[in-house]
Design a binder for this molecule. Structure first.
Ligand code: M6R
Length: 611
């Protein structure tokens, strides 16, 4: 979604803003812009499309543009189509403002401002916010007071960066329900919507909390709390380095991130296995407390929600505790039945997904214990949950989630084994065996799955021109199929669906015609024969079947057109790890061979900070 960057310091802000915008590209955007102080005024350069368009404009018309202070923005359209005019920064002669989020009461505010004589050129809610600040500035002649007064009227979610013509060298920043950090370096200070935007320059930052207002200057950052008093902020240090946020020789972030999966599993799980047993390293969540939960609900969106599906299967099989998996955007509006005896597990790579964050708040309101599984340190979800278990996958830049999913499911296994042990469903010996598989065998299986790279590319080439592609599976293989289907469609734009294989003949088998590719995930031993029957059913209707199965799977040659023999793990529960690596690679190469924008698929954003 939208991204914010701002810099004030002793160096030229323009290249820094452009670098920041480029680092924010992964979030998804359709236009971009910057505004910088120039002799007695503010110069704005903005355009629809890629950041390259801004660079082109700078080269052609603003080659001498240099300024020690400015703000920049990548826009992912919500109110009004992508266009030059709708791009940020917005503002008036007196100020420029960039905004992430949605101003919900923009219609009312627009009317009030129009009654006072304001006119509007864009269709955005942001322009309205900028003019509200302008009005308050006119009335108070005080930038800080103008921002503070505006916040009293703005409803919705926002992270704002504002510069005022009259006070060069100062950036005003504030936020509510949309992330914003203030990063500090020797040569100046930044505002940014996330860490990768500034990693090239610094990894030290302050987290801005709800309603706080920061005034950022070249050698000073002052943060005011809700009561208007200056507050001391804790300096955070991101342990991500710039290499982790760059491609490092790979063609795309997605393939780099798939290849980082084995390592990410180890980094995430190793510190949580003590004496061979699972240890969540959460003092507040004792074994007794864990054993007391009557129900578990997983809440998340997209791929993270699919990780929850694996979590459900793992917890129900091992611990025999009932688990529901809910889509966050549905959960928050359905008056969910959640009580204080429940554990609500919130899963999010970014930790900022608006619906997931709202679901977390609702679960807390209902008295449930909330446990967040999050990849981004210090993100809103991580800070608000009762307990947080970080997945240490490092920055995930490609919009399509890969390594984050792998570590999310690794943590699901860890929790499942821990719960099973806490409620006495497995012995310590059994728990140790699970931890051995998870920590020692799954990264190896994942490495071996990566060796199937060329075969994945060959299959992608063979089926890349398909109109539709179906995934089928049973049990945990169905959980895999659901995520595999999302991965394929989001980056290849090929229509794809996942079906529980036994459900095909209840309607969907009518979609199968001659040549329709069907990827059959068959790793569950107990359901294997059933899967073979389902494969025969689609074969009889002309499908081309690609089987994902274990080495030596009997009868595979007789029914499949193409077969992937994936590395076997001693407990089938863990097979989603190598299976998904292969399926992610197939999606990746399909997108590459179709010459699509793999890391930034159309219409999508990495971090969905609006509902
Ligand atoms: O940051 P989150 O994990 O909360 O994001 C949730 C979804 O938007 C995300 O998993 C999305 O479905 C993936 N990018 C798809 O690959």
């Amino acid at each position: 979604m939208c991204g914010i960057i701002g810099y004030v310091g002793i160096e030229n802000s323009v290249p820094k803003l452009i670098d920041g915008l480029k680092a924010l590209e992964y979030r998804g955007y359709d236009s971009a812009g910057i505004a910088v102080f120039t002799d007695g005024g503010i110069t704005t350069v903005k355009a629809k499309g890629r950041i390259a368009n801004i660079e082109e404009l700078l080269k052609k018309s603003y080659s001498a543009l240099s300024s020690s202070c400015g703000i920049g923005h990548t826009r992912w359209a919500t109110h009004g189509e992508p266009s030059d005019i709708n791009s940020h920064p917005h503002g008036t002669e007196r100020l420029r403002l960039v905004h992430n989020g949605i101003i919900e009461n923009y219609i009312v505010l627009k009317k009030e401002l129009m009654d006072l004589g304001y006119t509007f050129e864009s269709e955005t809610d942001t322009e309205i916010a900028s003019k509200l600040v302008d009005l308050n500035y006119k009335e108070t002649s005080d930038c800080f007071a103008a921002v503070k007064k505006s916040l009293e009227k703005l409803q919705g979610s926002y992270a704002l960066g504002i510069i005022f013509k009259d006070v060069p060298g100062k950036i005003f920043a504030t936020r509510k329900d949309s992330p914003l950090i203030i990063a500090v370096s020797e040569s100046g200070n930044f505002i940014a919507s996330d860490i990768p935007a500034v990693l090239k320059y610094t990894n030290k930052y302050y987290q801005l909390e709800q309603g706080e207002i920061a005034i950022v200057e070249k050698d000073k950052v002052t943060v005011y709390g809700l009561d208007g008093q200056i507050i001391e902020k804790k300096l955070c240090v991101a342990d991500w380095d710039i290499d982790a946020a760059e491609k490092g020789g790979w063609d795309h972030f997605m393939i780099k991130e798939i290849n980082e999966e084995p390592d990410s599993i180890i980094k995430t799980i190793r510190p949580r296995v003590v004496n061979g047993l699972p240890n969540l390293q959460l003092e507040e969540l004792s074994d007794e407390k864990l054993a007391s939960f009557k129900n578990i609900t997983m809440v998340a969106c997209g791929t993270a929600m699919h990780a929850g599906l694996i979590g459900k299967t793992a917890i129900e099989r091992l611990a025999r505790i009932p688990v529901k998996v809910e889509i966050a955007s549905e959960f928050r509006y359905k008056n969910p039945i959640i009580t204080k005896d429940d554990l609500v597990i919130i899963i999010s790579q970014s930790g900022e997904t608006a619906d997931t964050l709202a679901a977390l708040r609702l679960a807390k309101e209902r008295g449930a214990y909330t446990l967040a599984i999050v990849n981004v340190a210090g993100s809103s979800i991580a800070r608000e949950a009762d307990s947080t278990l970080y997945t240490w996958a490092g920055p995930e830049i490609a919009v399509a989630s890969t390594k984050a999913y792998t570590v999310q499911i690794s943590v699901m296994y860890l929790i499942a084994v821990k719960l099973a042990l806490s409620v006495g469903k497995i012995t310590e010996e059994e728990a140790k065996n699970h931890m051995r598989i998870l920590l020692e065998h799954t990264p190896v299986a994942c490495e071996q799955a990566l060796l199937l790279n060329d075969e994945c590319k060959r299959i992608a080439d063979k089926y890349k021109d398909s109109h539709d592609l179906f995934f089928i599976g049973r049990g945990i293989d169905y959980d895999i199929a659901v995520e595999a289907s999302l991965k394929l469609k989001e980056i290849s734009y090929i229509h794809s669906e996942a079906y529980a294989a036994g459900e095909l003949k209840h309607g969907t088998i009518s979609l199968i015609t001659t040549g329709t590719p069907v990827i059959a995930v068959c790793t569950e031993d107990e359901l294997y024969d059933k899967m073979i029957s389902n494969i025969k059913e689609v074969k009889a209707r002309g499908a081309k079947v690609i089987m994902i199965c274990k080495k030596g799977a009997k009868g595979a040659d007789d029914v499949a057109d193409d077969i992937f023999y994936i590395p076997e793990l001693e407990d089938g529960l863990y097979m989603p790890i190598p299976a998904m690596t292969v399926l992610q690679l197939i999606s990746y190469y399909t997108s590459v061979l179709l010459d699509l924008d793999v890391d930034k698929p159309r219409n999508l954003a990495k971090s969905v900070t609006v509902e």
